[in-house]
Design a protein around this ligand. Structure first.
Ligand code: HEC
Length: 115
């Protein structure tokens, strides 16, 4: 039989370990999603040329060929669909941007269109 005080110590140590891991993971995830956000912003302004046709305040773009993204506030799946396959006059980016780049720009648009 393990003495009670050792069991208590083990539980406390385990709780500490769990707590530290959660803090660490959440900081790490924050950094990672910020990286994707910044990569997406760059694609929006540069490779993707989205800024030419779309208004998006965070990107400082005022294009008005396509809908104002701050008004339609598309979720990430809607942006992925539009960018991958094109829609109306908007060209498809499949082949031009990698799936990872499309996901990054969609992540960026869906989050930044909210503010
Ligand atoms: C040549 C101009 C042009 C470019 C470049 C362009 N778009 Fe568009 N976009 C449009 C037009 C026009 C529409 C509206 C299409 C329609 O509904 O017929 C549209 C629609 C959209 C929509 C809404 C789709 C929906 O479901 O209603 C999103 C989101 C979007 N564009 C994001 C982007 C992103 C992100 C990029 C850059 C990777 C981009 N666009 C590049 C012209 C453009």
């Amino acid at each position: 039989m393990i003495p009670n005080f050792i069991v208590k110590k083990l539980i406390i140590n385990f709780a500490k370990y769990l707590f530290i891991s959660i803090i660490f993971l959440s900081i790490f995830n924050q950094v990672k999603s910020d990286e994707i956000f910044n990569a997406g912003k760059k694609i929006f302004l540069d490779q993707g040329n989205c800024a030419i046709c779309h208004t998006l305040l965070d990107a400082g773009s005022y294009g008005n060929i396509g809908p104002n993204l701050n008004e339609i506030r598309p979720d990430i799946m809607r942006v992925i669909a539009a960018v991958t396959n094109g829609i109306g006059v908007m060209p498809a980016y499949q082949g031009e941007l990698s799936p990872k780049e499309i996901e990054a720009v969609a992540h960026y648009v869906s989050i930044s269109a909210e503010y």
